[in-house]
Structures are given as C-alpha cells and as structure tokens.
Design a protein around this ligand. Sequence first.
Ligand SMILES: Nc1ncnc2c1ncn2[C@@H]1O[C@H](COP(=O)(O)OP(=O)(O)OP(=O)(O)O)[C@@H](O)[C@H]1O
Length: 246
Amino acid sequence: MLNPTANKEVAIRLSGLTKTYGQGANAVHALRGVDMTIHRGEVVGLVGPSGSGKSTLLKCLGAVIEPSGGHIELGGERIFDEPAGGWQIDDLRALRRDRIGFIFQAPYLIPFLDVTDNVALLPMLAGKPNEKARQRARELIEALDVGHRVGVRVSMLSGGEQQRVAIARSLVNHPPVILADEPTAPLDSTRALAVMRILNDMAQRYGAAIIVVTHDEKIIPTFKRIYHIRDGRTEEEAGEGREITS
Ligand SMILES: Nc1ncnc2c1ncn2[C@@H]1O[C@H](COP(=O)(O)OP(=O)(O)OP(=O)(O)O)[C@@H](O)[C@H]1O
C-alpha cells in the first residue's frame, strides 16, 4: 500500500517511550513502549479508555513530566534520550513555550484582557516586541474568523469564539506540534466539527502537527490516522478521514 505520509517532514517521533509511576510493588506502568510518528500538517487522533495512558503520553510529549525510557524527537532533534541521560534540552520552559502549543477542553483565557492580548501574551512575556506579537496575534485571529472581535474582552465572547481564540493562542509561536486535550468535549456536534475543520485548516496552513486526545464519537470519523492506546501501548489505524462540510 502506498504510504501517503512517506515524503512529509516528521514533526514528532517517539520510540519505545515508557513511563512508570512509583517503584517496586507500587509501580504503575502507564506507558509500556509507545512508537509514534507524526508529520507536519497532520491531525492525528489519540483514543483509548480511561486509565490507558493518554494523559501520561500528552504530559511526556509536552515535557510536563519526564518519561522513564525511550526517545522523543522533535523536528529531527532528539530532545529526550533516556540512555543518554534523559532530557537533552536545558530549558524545558522555553521548549514548552516555543515549540509546543497546548489546547485544552476549556479555553483558559484571561477574562479581563482583549482577544489580541490573550493571543499575544505568551510571546510578549517571552520578550518579543509587543507590536510584533500583536501583529502575529491579529493575523491568527483573522484566520480563525474572530477578526471582528479583536478589541473585545474575552469574557464577552461566546464559548465557540473563546475556543477559537485559544486555538489562535496555541499557534502564536509557530510551534511544530500542538497537543489538544479533549478540545471538543463540551461542544455540540456542529461546533465540535467546526473546531475540527479549523484544526485541519491550521495544520495545513501553518504546517503544525496536531495530536487530539478524544473520546468524542462526533469527531473520530474526521481523522485520517488514529492511534489507539490500551494499557500503555499504542496501535495505529487508518481513520475514515471524513470531509468536514459544515
Ligand atoms: N501521578 C501518578 N501517580 C501514579 N499513577 C498514575 C499517576 N498518573 C496516572 N497514573 C496511572 O497511570 C495510568 C494511566 O493514567 P492516565 O491518566 O495517563 O490515563 P488516561 O488514559 O489519560 O485516563 P483518563 O481518560 O481517565 O484521563 C493509570 O493507571 C493511572 O492510575
């Protein structure tokens, strides 16, 4: 079978990733050797039952916790290498800020800031000139169809608009990888599919690799590739890749 992703640039590659919480008789083997390759421009689903290791995997990918074994490559660079001593990067905060975007179930915006400053805040805090950060924020806000709301405080926006602002924020530093944890859980079918359409458009437009952890049956048919996780092991499966028309 032809591999449709064969010539694409790898955004993130995991090999033999393990994570054990605790020790000895109390050890919990949350990840037991995960292999995964995700290319730039792809939106991939990560699905599995409760306790199967989804959050642990996202936390390892997001450098929030340290894996126990294996490797992580980000954009061709080996950022985690257990045999070589663990993280190969000194500044994990900068890694999280500049190279990984996060989208959560709730938008977690700052209610008293306007749309532009919510999106521009991270690069401004990192020392980027405010006007440059705001310009990039406004481009993304336009791309996400909330351009008419730029100067409005986010507390005045609808839930769907707030989620789009959160997506813009995740893209502001041009991260090659975006981790989305149940981004559609609270949304009805139409809004959930709209978020998936936006994530697919953004992956294409900005070349991000987006990993979506989900239980949401409404969006599962939209993925072209899905990783199923069970007892800390992943299995890859072709998805339906259904076109989102709404
Ligand atoms: N900090 C921790 N200390 C000890 N065990 C943990 C810790 N965090 C998770 N676990 C265990 O690791 C396993 C995987 O948990 P994880 O939270 O990654 O699963 P999940 O698939 O995200 O579950 P859910 O869908 O319910 O959020 C479970 O057995 C869980 O009890």
